[in-house]
Every structure is written in C-alpha cells, then in structure tokens.
Design a protein around this ligand. Structure first.
Ligand code: DAH
Length: 340
C-alpha cells in the first residue's frame, strides 16, 4: 500500500508538470483529490487492514494528500501568473498608433461673414447692440416714421403676433431702441434674424439676417456715411472694389441711398452676374430722418446721424459665390465643410 501511495504522488507530480492551463489543473485536482479520486479510493480500502496498520496508513494517505494539494497550489499560482501575462500582452493598447481624425464642425458661412463684418465695424468704433426678435409695432414701424396705413409698410410682409406685436421685419427697430436708451455720440451695429412672410426660393426666405448700423453725433454728414460704407466694402470684398451711391427712399432716412459695389465677378466690365452693368447692389442707407431723431428723443437741431441696413445672406452669397440662399439653411455638411 505504501508503494501504491508513492506511485500516486509520483503520477500526480508528473501530470501536474504537464498541465499547461488552469482548466487542466482543475481536472487533475478532481482526479487525485476528488470524491472518486485515487487517494479517496485507497482510504476506502483501509477496511481490509488490521487495526494496528490503519492509523499508520491513514497518516500516510493524508500526508500524500497534503503534498499533492501543495503541488497543485504551487502549479496553480504559476499558471495564473502566466495566463495573466498572456492576457496583458494580448490586450496591450498602442497609444502611439495613428488614427483617423474625428470630424469636427465648422463655422457657418453666415456667421463667418457676420463675425468678419462685426470686426470691420468695431474696428471703426462701432459697438454691437441687440434687440428682440418679437418686437412691438411701435419700434418696428411707428418710431421709424412708418405710421399705420403708410404705403411703405406693404413692402414688408409682416408676421403679426398680436395687433401691436410683430416678428421684426428688419433690424432697424434697434435704432429706435438705442436712440431712446443711449446718449449721443454713439455708433452701433446690430446683427440678427429678421422675418418676412415670403415664399422660399433661391433669393427669399421667411427668416433671414441683417446687420443694422447707426451713428449719431454732432455734424455727422453724408461724407461720413460714404467713407464708412466704402471702407466696409473694401475690407470684406477687397481693396480694389469701388462703391457708388444711388438715390433711393426709406421712410427713416432722408436723403436715402442704395450702395452698389463693382461686380466681383468681372471687376466692373459687365457680365452675367451683374447683368452687364458692372455693379452689384449691396445695401440701403441714408442720413437719419430728423423726424426719427426727434421722435426718439434726440434733438435734431444738435445731432445728426447716418444709418444703414445690410442683408447678411446677400453679402455671404456675393463673397462666396453661392447662388442659392437655401444652401445656408439646409445644413448639408458637404456644403458647410467648404467654409472650413
Ligand atoms: N430696414 C431696411 C430694410 O430692411 C434696410 C435699411 C435701409 C436700413 C436703410 C437702414 C437704412 O438703416 O438706413 O429693407
């Protein structure tokens, strides 16, 4: 029986050395130490021994059991460490490996133009002012010399919210608000969304953007207006651009003018873009109507001023050669990514 025990221990040692993973090791543990294992079988066979031999044999079997247990534990420790090594090697991440760049958003062309224009005007001493998009009829029309039933109101297809409340049809109401809250001299530009009940097409949208300008001081003249807007056109479209001022009409300015710049497509020679004239219309402007100054609490005997209104979509279309305004609103990334 002693030989048998020694043989089992030797077998176990040999088998354990060959076990190369923890699963195989567990199978061996069952084989040698489990309920049906070889040592357990020997213990069962002890009934045939004499009472003197039994304790001696029992002690031997238990010692064998313990030594096999110790070998298993040792082997398990070694295998676990090796398996962990392998797992770490397999899951190593190479943090230096190059990868494709993630897609990032881009500045929207309209706001790019808006920012550039703000830069130009703040460079000439203008502040940025803002006003509400839901506006009182009073500010949107009345205080700009557009009384109720004035024919010029029809030119702007207004969205009414209530009798005396509209979605602003232009950024000009910020003029009235600023005149009422600030003491001259001041110069402001007001960028923002405006609304008109227009059908959508390549050059119309019920929501679009304008930038209003207003400068009030003593002795402001048409010269200041022309110099300011000429500098604006040259900054945004290039130093070689020319401007010309054509007489026009707006109720809030007197005199009023429309500004053309030389066609950026043909540099004034005449082409399809400018319909052969060499000129492109860019904005409306004028000297603030003295009536408007007085209605808004500024003494027209002391102060004068100029104002202008610029359509942002128009400037962006001309600057980037975009021929359909809808592209600005559709959010197609193939279009937008070109302004990166
Ligand atoms: N408010 C005008 C419009 O929406 C644009 C405009 C023209 C604004 C002349 C002005 C101005 O301040 O002086 O058509």
């Amino acid at each position: 029986m002693q030989d048998k025990i020694r043989q089992i221990v030797a077998e176990a040692r040999e088998a354990l050395e060959k076990a190369d993973n923890t699963a195989a090791l567990e199978a061996l543990r069952v084989q040698f130490q489990g309920k049906k294992g070889s040592l357990t079988q020997l213990l069962r066979g002890m009934g045939q021994l004499s009472p003197e031999e039994r304790p001696q044999m029992g002690a031997l079997i238990n010692a064998a059991r313990e030594s096999i247990g110790a070998m298993i534990d040792e082997r398990r420790g070694a295998l676990r460490a090796a398996e962990r090594e392998m797992q770490l090697a397999r899951e190593t991440i190479d943090v230096t490996e190059p990868r494709p760049f993630p897609k990032t958003g881009t500045m929207h062309p309209l706001y790019k133009v808006q920012d550039e224009m703000i830069d130009v005007f703040t460079g000439m001493g203008f502040d940025v002012a803002e006003g509400p998009e839901v506006e009182l009829d009073t500010f949107n029309f009345e205080l700009l010399n557009l009384p109720k039933n004035h024919p010029a109101r029809d030119a702007q297809d207004t969205f009414y919210i209530e009798d005396n409340m509209v979605l602003r049809t232009h950024t000009s109401p910020v003029q009235a608000r600023t005149m009422q809250t600030r003491k001259p001299p001041f110069r402001i530009v007001c960028p923002g969304r405006v609304y008109r009940a227009d059908e959508v097409d390549a050059t119309h949208s019920p929501v679009f953007h304008q930038m209003e300008g207003l400068a009030i001081d003593r002795d402001v003249s048409m010269c200041d207006l022309k110099g300011t807007l000429d500098a604006f056109v040259k900054s945004v479209f290039g130093e070689d651009m020319q401007t010309r001022f054509r007489p026009s009409f707006f109720p809030f300015t007197e005199p009023s003018a429309e500004v053309d710049m030389s066609c950026m497509a043909c540099h004034g020679k005449g082409c399809r873009v400018c319909k052969g004239t060499g000129w492109i219309e860019v904005l409306g402007c004028g000297m603030v109507n003295p009536k408007v100054l007085d209605m808004n609490g500024i003494d027209s005997n002391v102060y004068s001023g100029f104002a202008f209104g610029i359509g942002l979509e128009r400037i962006a279309m001309l600057k980037y050669g975009v021929n359909d305004m809808r592209l600005f609103y559709e959010g197609d990334t193939r279009f937008l990514e070109q302004f990166r």
